[in-house]
Unconditional design. Structure first.
Length: 299
């Protein structure tokens, strides 16, 4: 099954598409997670009001809805026409946005050389083959202007929770009939050094990499002057905490995984969230988990 079929089948309605992008069960929840991720991305990109910004794999525009009001133009690109339809519906009313449908891991004929100031991709490289990941990185390098910045992330095999998440995939695969192909859009994982290698070989210079979570996150740039490099390095240092997933975020994610696997019940999860009640992460995860799993769904 192609990437397009895989994602189109999960996004026949806006509600289904919202669930497919990050497990959110309704509009309010996806807005909540969208605000969180958009803040992370804005810090990573050093987002400016004058920036023309591209999202690769925009899904329902979860992040774009929040970022578009903060930049000159936001362009959402995706392989799935159904996702783009859902995004257009959710972002209706915003005037500085555009959408492009992609084919075959390329921006060829879609975006010109040096045509964006910034670009990002969240929860997309973790759903494709490494060859496609690398092809897209080379394309991102082509369409970003000199001194432009990208932010990208994928599953981190070197983190204990990332490893656990990978073993879940191994378990799923082991249950499939021998003749069944692995899904095109299944979860895929990188070691941080491997991810950095692809980014550098695509022509980018690394500005920051955060790997102390189930995700490995990279901020990189193209063709920096010494002065701009210094500026950006100091920006990345100052905002590292706003960009990197925190240990608390990783723990929340692991607990959500435990609940999903039936290893803890909803009461245990609430007790954990109560123990970190004063954190932003608890405020993010509590409504997300309640809406996604509900009181009745845990064991
Ligand atoms: C898990 S969703 C994440 C959406 C969005 N980035 C977010 O964080 O809300 C993955 C998105 O990537 C898109 N996608 C998957 N494979 C792709 C590919 N090869 N090229 C472009 N988009 C792809 C899917 O259609 C889907 O919208």
């Amino acid at each position: 099954m192609s990437y397009q079929d895989f994602w189109d089948r999960q996004s026949e309605t806006v509600e289904a598409a919202i669930r497919a992008v990050d497990g959110s069960s309704d509009e309010l929840t996806v807005q909540h997670t969208g605000i969180w991720t958009a803040n992370q991305v804005a810090h990573a990109l050093d987002l400016q009001a004058t920036d023309r910004v591209l999202e690769l794999g925009c899904g329902v525009g979860r992040i774009g809805k929040e970022l578009a009001p903060r930049c000159e133009q936001w362009v959402g690109s995706d392989i799935s026409p159904n996702m783009l339809k859902a995004a257009a519906q959710r972002l209706d009313g915003l005037t500085n946005i555009d959408f492009k449908q992609l084919e075959r891991s390329s921006f060829d004929g879609v975006f010109a050389d040096d045509s964006f100031d910034k670009a990002y991709s969240v929860a997309v490289f973790c759903h494709m083959d490494k060859e496609d990941l690398y092809l897209y990185l080379r394309e991102l390098h082509r369409i970003i202007r000199p001194a432009g910045v990208i932010y990208i992330e994928t599953w981190n095999l070197a983190h204990p929770v990332g490893w656990r998440r990978w073993e879940l995939e191994v378990g799923n695969w082991s249950q499939l009939a021998a003749g069944d192909r692995k899904d095109a859009g299944r979860n895929q994982f990188c070691h941080p050094a491997e991810f950095a290698l692809y980014v550098e070989r695509a022509g980018f210079e690394l500005l920051a990499q955060h790997s102390n979570s189930p995700w490995t996150q990279i901020v990189a740039a193209k063709g920096l002057s010494d002065e701009r490099r210094e500026d950006l390095q100091s920006h990345m240092d100052r905002h590292a905490d706003a960009i990197a997933y925190s240990e608390t975020f990783s723990s929340c994610f692991e607990k959500a995984m435990d609940l999903h696997n039936g290893e803890i019940d909803i009461a245990e999860l609430h007790a954990f969230l109560d123990s970190i009640a004063d954190t932003e992460e608890a405020a993010l995860f509590r409504p997300y988990i309640e809406a996604s799993w509900g009181e009745g769904r845990g064991k």
